[in-house]
Ligand binder design. Structure first.
Ligand SMILES: [Zn+2]
Length: 710
């Protein structure tokens, strides 16, 4: 049985360059997916990615970046070079070479904007962050001007028409996706139509940002009053948010931050108090009723301008699923598939609820926590003793060596290359010593640093000549607790899983063998890009891999078998119930964005409630509205299903190629050869059939869904 202990959308794969054109993918609340402009990756080698044998380096490995003001110069130089390249391209008769020139432009821009993106989220110096933000905004504006350049668009479409046959399969796909991205940005529209499109687009972007802003405004958080013993039962950091302003009462008041409410619900033993906390966390912001309704309707208008009936049609067209019909079929089939197991798991859970009859939603987290403790006998604190950070990283290196035939080595940072003293640098090589790429590990928190787990692309892979490759470089950013004194950092099991997830993204980037940078590594459709990372998560639950990843911090012993069994039981015990909740989010996201008529705030609330009541064992609670706090509507917009999609495909890959002997030498060869090396350069349907077999996808509603749900 699969599960999704991972909160969907938790990881962030960031490749700025690929940011979809139309700007319809907005910034999400957590900095969700690709954030930014679109089509244009970066541009070529002009910025001078340092070659080997250097003794000094620019910051993040970017030559010429030695102090904050260098960002301004680098951004200016890139724009000037791209102007020259664009002029030359437009003045030359269209041919297959035009596609290479566009990829060169894309690579040039990425060389600086990708570094600006990672810098603004990770550099400890304010001056660097500000300079990176200036460069980022400047280049995003520049990208927008290229996306609106009809001369470039015409050159590309002419090149496809007159010389498309000269392109390789990959080149043809690059050209096709570039043209589609141009058109999804409305470049082909004229006059009043274009003006209307631009205004609708701008409105939808503004509404998305307003929705997100409202989520973090303290005035829209709700306050609760709890008894003193209840407050005393909270974890220390959450207890700090409560105050007793009147010593004559035993009541303490505090604001409920929805992002920490589940942690509270897990440990509060009093059901009425849990109800108060749950309702507070799932109420408001009131203004988002109107904002969400306007956003959904504005997006439909945008899609209509581009010839789509619904926004969901627009959003799914370039993805593997292809159509909202296919996505809906996928979600409804999954729902049916889950029902029986979910009902059985619900019965187990009922034993830990104080209520007869149905378990109220506010009791779910507490009952699950109790049940896991009694039924699985898992002691998380004991388990984490086996996961010192340095041991886990070394174990991942060994794992990559065995299953992918790679050689991973730590390398000292060159003077000027690193941005924090905690940074580690890994070099990835093939077995024969051939250099593949660089992975920076920035794993401990510090003030101002990006506060979620993420994979940042710093430089994409691509061919520089027939024999020379631009080596990719990525940063894995996490926030694991720092070691104190002589103590080593010990990871929770969830953190081990997160690190493996990010390494899955890193392998996608580092092992990419594409000729063009535009579709290298993680620049793949959204419902494919999370597949490798989900495959890697499986190692966190696999007994053989766990023996490799974990050693006791003081004795050096392997994790005992009974602890591994308890861990695996805890994964399975409520897997279907947890998946049901994600399915409700995905189905609501799809249905809201698949309407051809205006939706009122009430219609949205009714739709969300009816989906919850039909597809989840836990019913909606009156006077709550989770949908007003679901920031992923903004970042994903009709594609929230993609995490579930990737989860299921990854499980099939695991069972087919890893289960039985997960650490067999070369077990990951198929994954590497059929999926990772291609990035987004092949049709996603062919990629999946290649790695999982012809019958792995079912054609439905003009698109595809996984055949097997396992
Ligand atoms: Zn991810």
């Amino acid at each position: 049985m699969r599960r999704t202990g991972r909160e969907v959308g938790r990881c962030v794969t960031r490749t700025v360059s690929r940011l979809r054109g139309t700007g319809l993918v907005l910034e999400d609340c957590l900095g969700g997916w690709d954030r930014s402009a679109r089509v244009w990756g970066g541009f070529g080698p002009a910025v001078g990615w340092g070659r080997s044998f250097r003794t000094v380096s620019g910051l993040y490995g970017l030559d010429g970046l030695h102090e904050p003001r260098d960002f301004d110069r680098l951004a200016k130089e890139v724009a000037e070079r791209c102007d020259e390249l664009a002029q030359r391209l437009k003045a030359t008769p269209p041919s297959a070479r035009s596609v290479y020139a566009l990829d060169e432009i894309s690579n040039e821009i990425c060389s600086v904007v990708d570094v600006a993106e990672v810098c603004r989220h990770t550099h400890p110096s304010k001056e660097y962050v500000q300079a990176a933000e200036r460069a980022y905004v400047r280049l995003q504006d520049y990208v927008a001007s290229l996306n609106a350049d009809e001369g470039l668009y015409n050159a590309l479409s002419e090149a496809r028409r007159v010389d498309g046959k000269s392109l390789s399969q990959e080149g043809a796909r690059v050209a096709l996706t570039l043209q589609e991205d141009f058109e999804r940005g409305g470049i082909h529209l004229q006059g009043a139509e274009k003006k209307a499109f631009e205004s609708r687009l701008s409105r939808s972007l503004e509404l998305g940002m307003e929705f997100q802003r409202n989520l973090v405004r303290p005035e829209y958080f709700s306050e609760v009053e709890l008894d003193e013993p209840v407050v005393a039962s909270l974890p220390r950091d959450l207890r700090m948010d409560f105050r007793n302003n009147d010593i004559t009462t035993q009541k303490w008041r505090g604001i409920i931050d929805p992002s920490t409410s589940t942690s509270m619900l897990r440990c509060v033993a009093d059901s009425p108090s849990r109800r108060e906390i749950f309702v507070a966390a799932n109420t408001g912001p009131e203004p988002n009723k109107v904002v969400l309704s306007s956003l959904i309707n504005a997006r439909r208008d945008v899609a209509e301008s581009l010839g789509f009936k619904t926004y969901a049609q627009f959003a799914s067209a370039p993805l593997l699923a292809k159509t909202p019909k296919a996505v809906k079929e996928f979600l409804l089939t999954l729902s049916e598939d889950l029902k029986q197991t979910a009902a059985e798991q619900y019965e187990t859970l009922r034993r830990y609820s104080p209520h007869f009859g149905r378990i109220p939603s506010w009791d779910k987290a507490f009952a699950m926590s109790q049940a896991r403790g009694y039924e699985c006998n898992l002691n998380s604190a004991v388990l984490s003793q086996y996961f010192p950070l340095d041991t886990v990283v070394a174990g991942i290196g060994e794992l990559l060596s065995r299953v992918l035939g790679l050689h991973i080595e730590f390398q000292d940072l060159l003077p000027g290359e690193g941005w924090t003293s905690d940074l580690k640098k890994l070099i990835v090589k093939n077995e024969d010593g051939e250099m593949r790429g660089t992975i920076y590990l920035d794993l401990v928190p510090r003030p101002g640093k990006f506060n979620h787990a993420a994979h940042f692309v710093i430089r994409c892979s691509r061919m520089l000549s027939a024999t020379e490759r631009q080596h990719p470089s990525v940063a894995l950013v996490c926030n694991f607790p720092p070691s104190s004194g002589s103590n080593r950092t010990l990871l929770s099991h969830g953190e081990v899983e997160t690190l493996l997830h990010e390494f899955g993204h890193a392998m996608h980037s580092v092992l990419s063998d594409t000729e063009f940078q535009h579709l290298s590594g993680t620049r793949a459709p959204m419902d494919i890009v999370e597949v490798p990372s989900h495959v890697f998560e499986h190692f966190a639950w696999d007994p053989s891999a766990l023996k490799l990843l974990g050693r006791h911090h003081s004795t050096g012993d392997h994790i005992p078998d009974d602890l591994i069994s308890a861990l695996r039981k805890s994964k399975e015990i409520f897997s279907a119930l947890e998946l049901q909740q994600q399915l409700v989010f995905a189905l609501t996201d799809l249905e809201l964005h698949n309407q051809q008529r205006d939706l009122s705030a009430k219609a949205i609330a009714d739709l969300a409630a009816s989906i919850q009541n039909e597809h989840c064992m836990f019913e909606t609670v009156p006077n709550t509205n989770w949908e007003l706090r679901f920031g992923h509507f903004v970042g994903y917009g009709a594609t929230y299903y993609s995490y579930l999609f990737a989860d299921i495909l990854a499980e099939s890959i695991w069972k087919r190629h890893f289960a039985g002997d997960s650490l067999a030498f070369g077990a990951g060869k198929v994954l590497r050869d059929k999926l990772l090396r291609h990035g987004g350069s092949k049709d996603p349907e062919k990629l999946v059939r290649g790695v999982l077999g012809d019958d792995s996808l079912t054609e439905v509603g003009g698109g595809f869904r996984p055949t097997r749900f396992l």
